[in-house]
Design a protein around this ligand. Structure first.
Ligand code: GLP
Length: 242
């Protein structure tokens, strides 16, 4: 794991955009794994800026988002589909049908199987972007007794519901379930980029980098991947030993 400590969120976002830009330049038809949450928003803004400046072309890129609430309609403003359209897809030239988000509105088992199949058909994910939950979750893989391998439906933890309540009018409105790529799905990406910002992520980051590999801190599974870059601001990196 390579940890790059940045002075602030702005630098994290710039450097994350640099890594995505390099991936797209190297392989214009690359397959990107994308994340929601606040952490990658600065990166999306910077990618849009570079696209508008004529420096980036998404016409051959495919994307696969990590997760989606379940059940939820894609037109629901709280859905991750809506969020991604709003903060990223509608601002760039990614073709319709290239921007995949798990369907939160179809029968669960079908959705999970179809998503894995689509990723496989696309040739696998070249670069997967991740955030991290304060409890060490990645995508919606919550702390558990075993690592979930493939795309599946999960019950969200109370702490995750509380953390995500800021996007909803009321905590009671936060969906209790979600469909998410599994840890195995994520580890199959050729390259992984994790973005962490703020003191609320410091404990999870320490466990992920320096603790044992355990499903009780799902992000620790990334220690088993050969190509992981972590971009963390000083607050998020504050508890790391080295
Ligand atoms: C959510 C998402 C995760 C994300 C995490 C952290 O639960 N499912 O993919 O990494 O929250 O979000 P944030 O970046 O807003 O702290």
């Amino acid at each position: 794991m390579q940890v790059i400590v940045c002075k602030d969120y702005e630098e994290v976002s710039q450097r994350a955009a640099d890594i995505l830009e390099a991936a797209i330049r190297e392989k214009p038809d690359c397959v990107l794994g994308l994340a929601t949450g606040s952490s990658p928003v600065g990166m999306y803004k910077e990618l849009i800026r570079r696209y508008e400046a004529g420096k980036l072309d998404f016409s051959q890129v495919q994307t696969f988002n990590l997760d989606e609430y379940y059940p939820i309609e894609p037109t629901d403003p709280q859905s991750y589909r809506y969020f991604m359209n709003d903060v990223f897809f509608r601002h760039i030239n990614i073709p319709q049908g290239h921007d995949h988000v798990p369907h939160g509105y179809e029968e669960a088992e079908t959705v999970c199987r179809a998503y894995e199949e689509m990723i496989r058909k696309a040739g696998g994910i070249d670069l997967q972007v991740l955030g991290i939950g304060g409890n060490g979750h990645i995508a919606f893989n919550e702390p558990a007794d075993t690592f979930a391998e493939r795309t599946h439906v999960v019950d969200l933890e109370e702490s995750t519901i509380r953390a995500n309540a800021r996007f909803f009018a009321d905590e009671a409105d936060v969906p209790r379930r979600a469909v998410t790529m599994g840890i195995g799905t994520i580890l199959q990406a050729r390259k992984i980029l994790l973005i962490a910002s703020g003191a609320g992520k410091a404990e999870a980051l320490r466990g992920m980098v320096e603790g044992p590999v355990t499903p009780h801190l799902p992000a620790s599974a990334l220690q088993q991947h050969p190509d992981v870059t972590i971009l963390a601001d000083e607050a998020a990196a504050s508890l790391l030993q080295n």
